[in-house]
Design a protein around this ligand. Structure first.
Ligand SMILES: [Zn+2]
Length: 153
């Protein structure tokens, strides 16, 4: 876990970020560094479906995160998917994320080393985030998480 922690810190440094950025800062730095648009999209997730996924297009990256869950879990999913992107993983739409497997089976299970890596780095990334209130309760956890309609959550 120690070397992974170092890796997360160096990922943040490479993005020109302080050790504890907000999600909004992380989002902006990712876009600036990659010169790509990153869209965070809330979606309904049926039980048993992957909670999150990412897609890559020519000029933009999309991260889908679940609608009906706690904000902490939403953030965790976003960080997991962001870790895939930062680590240069290839999207695998049929992969079930470890978060789901854990919920379903009640234990941790990794078949895929990229899932393990994204889960570890994503969780550490989440722990590094500054979740302090920014501008009232609405902006508290995730100022850059948006509804499809463009509303802040
Ligand atoms: Zn994953």
């Amino acid at each position: 876990m120690r070397s992974e922690r170092r890796r997360v810190r160096s990922l943040l440094r490479e993005l020109g970020l302080p050790p504890h950025p907000t999600l909004a800062e992380l989002h902006a730095a990712y876009e600036a560094r990659t010169r790509r648009t990153l869209r965070l999209i809330e979606q309904d997730v049926a039980p048993g479906e992957p909670t999150g996924r990412f897609e890559q297009y020519l000029t933009q990256d999309l991260i889908y995160y679940p609608k009906h869950t706690s904000r902490a879990h939403q953030l965790l999913v976003v960080c997991h998917e962001l870790a895939h992107l930062l680590l240069g993983h290839i999207p695998r739409p049929d992969a079930i994320d470890p978060a789901v497997v854990r919920r379903v089976l009640g234990r941790s299970h990794y078949d895929d080393p990229t899932e393990h890596e994204a889960e570890t780095i994503g969780t550490l990334l989440y722990q590094q985030l500054n979740l302090a209130p920014v501008d009232g309760p609405a902006a508290r956890l995730a100022p850059s998480l948006i509804h499809r309609e463009g509303r802040h959550v």
